[in-house]
Ligand binder design. Sequence first.
Ligand code: FES
Length: 157
Amino acid sequence: MSHDQSDSQAKAQVESQSQSSTEPTAKSLLKNQPGLVKSSSHPMFATKEPEIMTWHTLCEESVIAEDGLYAFEIPQNTYQHPIVLINKAGVLYALHDECPHRRVKISSQGYIDDENIYCGFHHWGFKLETGAHLLPTGICVAHYQVRRENGQVQVKI
Ligand code: FES
């Protein structure tokens, strides 16, 4: 028997054993985990898992005026997570409050129109709905789920 034949027989034997086995594999165990998000193996691109995202109360709903921008910081470990809350015609939006251009707070001199928010320093614009830059640059600011709950405004991060 040649070396190639013995290798192929061993491979076929392993395949037939794995097909007939009823033991769950690591892959099958991971497949049905609720809330488990596939992420890249590189930590730089790792996806935040939904179960560690929680709702944070920002303020009372009554203090949010129409067409207003409001800055908040949510403590997360040693980091103060900056959030800009926008009330556009009664619809609330929450974006990461840091301009990707020079890392200044968008809320500090920002302004809005019907669908966008602009950084007041050099007027980069971002979609309120998605945080995407108005030009096709691929740049965006993170946007977050926001809700009204029992008279309070909450954001999920
Ligand atoms: S710092 Fe925001 S556009 Fe330049």
